[in-house]
Design a protein around this ligand. Structure first.
Ligand code: ATP
Ligand code: SF4
Ligand code: MG
Length: 332
């Protein structure tokens, strides 16, 4: 399949010079057309920072300090999103890539009806549309995300959390983007609701053909719904593989730990043990493999040498990478 978004060697810092901390380190990740990619990692691992970096929505003092984010439009030449002017960026967002923020369900305006907010979002990006056209589109979007038409006149507080989340997904789909990024849209919702919403998004992806980057702590949810999973620790991707491979045979001890932190929805039950210790502090990132102070399998090279992300030698030819001294790799 053809690539849609190619993130290469991305670094994101908060602050400048001496005072800065690196929240995303040398991240490369490709999202293909029609693919659902899951991004997992504990709190503070850099997932949101990566999502904001690639959409140029980093809040200050965040800056992308290295790398490229090459977008391949359906027609025409690929371009680096990091080089777009502000005007080009406005067109790119929503029409090519849209993002549903962490906690987005609470960002609906409480004093306006859902229909008005959907129509305003459409108008902002398509000023030439007619009111009747926008209303029809708002209805269509709600239907798409499984909300009955009679809810069009509801105010946000009259909807459940799950429904508000779906309205946000509807908004993100308003301009038929090629890529929808969802940043942990469901943290505040219960597990059943999380599954429903992600399941619905995946179903819509099959019908409409967009790609999804889905960000969450919950690896078992990703295993069920995504094609591929990338796992972040301390700002780096430490393992990337097809979902089934991560589930069946995680290579990185951190991936193993994450899998054991959430109840599996299907298949054999694993004992839930979680990961001892806490995520690293950006100001004092451990040397070598930054996971070494918490790793049950750490050995001689780990505290001093940084393992590179590469194809494990015992899985040559498979589309997976890992950064761990337990697995000798071939770079690239
Ligand atoms: P969560 O799962 O909690 O959403 P995350 O993986 O999305 O976590 P980020 O929000 O990307 O993590 O944060 C990555 C790191 O960057 C954290 O150590 C965080 O403290 C730091 N960070 C985030 N925003 C800022 C900021 N505005 N200024 C300084 N540091 C920041
Ligand atoms: Fe553990 Fe060493 Fe692998 Fe890091 S490199 S995950 S410390 S075994
Ligand atoms: Mg986040």
């Amino acid at each position: 399949t053809r690539p849609l978004l190619e993130i290469k060697n991305l670094d994101v810092d908060y602050g400048l010079g001496e005072e800065s901390v690196k929240a995303v380190r040398d991240v490369s990740l490709t999202i293909h057309r029609g693919e659902v990619v899951g991004l997992a990692g504990e709190s503070g691992s850099g997932k949101s920072t990566l999502a904001y970096g690639v959409t140029r929505l980093l809040p200050p003092p965040g800056v992308v300090s290295n790398g490229s984010v090459v977008y391949h439009p359906p027609t025409g030449d690929p371009y680096d999103v990091l080089n777009l002017s502000n005007q080009e960026l406005r067109k790119y967002r929503w029409a090519e890539t849209s993002i549903v923020f962490q906690g987005a369900m609470n960002s609906l305006n409480p004093v306006h009806k859902v229909s008005v907010q959907l129509m305003d979002a459409i108008k902002a990006h398509d000023p030439s549309s007619t009111k009747a056209g926008r209303l029809a589109r708002a209805k269509e979007l709600l239907r798409l995300v499984g909300i009955a038409e009679d809810r069009l006149d509801a105010y946000p507080h009259q909807l459940s959390g799950g429904m508000r989340q779906r309205v946000m997904i509807g908004m993100a789909l308003a301009l038929e983007p090629q890529l929808v990024i969802m940043d942990e849209p469901t943290t505040a919702l219960d597990v059943v609701m999380q599954r429903q919403i992600l399941g619905q998004l995946v179903e819509l992806r099959e019908r409409l053909g967009f790609s999804v980057l889905f960000i969450t702590h919950d690896l078992s949810l990703l295993v069920e719904f995504s094609d591929r999973i990338a796992i972040m620790y301390g700002g780096r991707i430490v393992e990337e593989a097809p979902s089934a491979a991560i589930y069946r045979d995680p290579k990185h001890p951190y991936s193993e730990g994450l899998l054991r932190s959430f109840p599996a929805l299907r298949g054999a039950r694993r004992e839930l043990t979680g990961i001892p210790g806490s995520p690293p502090d950006l100001r004092g990132m451990p040397s070598g493999c930054s996971f070494h102070p918490r790793c049950p399998k750490a050995f001689e090279p780990c505290p001093t040498k940084l393992p590179i992300l590469g194809k494990p030698d015992d899985h040559v030819g498979e589309p997976r990478t890992v950064a761990c001294w337990l697995h000798p790799v071939t770079a690239g």
